[in-house]
Design a protein around this ligand. Structure first.
Ligand code: 3PY
Ligand code: MG
Length: 263
């Protein structure tokens, strides 16, 4: 198997993704067909379950979008199950220490690099035996940095063998820093981002960001992030619906149009 998004991150090709919070096959496929580089199904905060994932990953498999899954927590069984369902990468929330990072890596890799148990239902169907010998190199293990403790330990987390990328959760990071959620201009937030970027760069791994909208995503890429999300399915529908209503009423989209932040 080949992980197209991971290859982009390694090459430094700008990589834009989307976020799926709804258990809707048609809309996930529609969004994936827009030409996104990757699509993340959110089992932490999204309104979807493992059963939905079993249908959502195949729904986008005819597109170029690499399927990623954010798991609800750093749990080996949960990580193994989403990989067996066909995820090419796992985004692990709230990674606080190098020990936790190593635990996530172990769950993603077959022995001897890790402890993943063999039974890749979708991988073997699509790639046959090749999956078993290429998965360790191609499955992306992505650690979220979004807590005060994670920020403190970010260098050690980034340097953990097998971590392919760091991913910033900006709202939780605001909470972790004790600043107003969404105040991305706060000097403490800017300093935290610089520290995370420096740690990723020193470890030679990629860095990505949960971008709440297109403008933020474009900015992050221009500021040295290798990948960013441009928004969520919920946000796309909300913003599109609000813009259509505003236009029909002859109003300009303003505050409350949903065009700035949101899920
Ligand atoms: C955060 O902003 O903390 C996230 O994890 C995005 O969902
Ligand atoms: Mg978060």
């Amino acid at each position: 198997m080949k992980n197209r998004a991971l290859a982009q991150w390694k090459q430094g090709t700008p990589s834009l993704g989307g976020w799926i919070n709804l258990p809707e096959l048609h809309t996930a496929e529609l969004i994936a067909r827009m030409g996104l580089d990757w699509l993340c199904f959110d089992l932490q905060h999204g309104l979807l379950s493992y059963s939905h994932l079993l249908a959502l990953i195949p729904a986008i498999s005819a597109t170029e979008a690499t399927p990623l899954v954010r798991v609800a927590g750093n749990d080996a069984a949960a990580i193994g199950r989403v990989l067996d369902a066909g995820a090419h990468g796992v985004i692990v929330p709230m990674v606080n220490t190098a020990v936790e990072a190593a635990r996530a890596v172990a769950a993603c890799r077959y022995p001897p690099q890790g402890t993943r148990s063999c039974g890749p239902m979708r991988g073997i169907m699509l790639h046959g035996f090749d999956y078993l010998v290429t998965a360790n190199a191609e499955i992306a293990c992505i650690a979220m940095i979004e807590t005060g403790e994670g920020l403190e330990n970010v260098e050690a987390i980034a340097a953990t063998p097998g971590i392919d990328a760091l991913f910033v959760g900006p709202m939780d990071l605001c909470y972790g820093l004790g600043i107003t959620p969404g105040n991305f201009a706060d000097p403490a937030f800017i300093a935290a981002i610089d520290k995370i970027k420096a740690a990723a760069s020193a470890a030679g791994i990629a860095i990505g960001m949960f971008g709440y909208n297109a403008a933020l995503a474009a900015r992050y890429l221009s500021e040295g992030f290798q990948f960013a999300s441009i928004g969520t399915d919920v946000g796309f529908f909300r913003d599109g619906a609000k813009a259509a209503l505003d236009a029909a009423r002859g109003q300009t989209a303003g505050e409350g149009s949903g065009a700035t932040t949101g899920y």
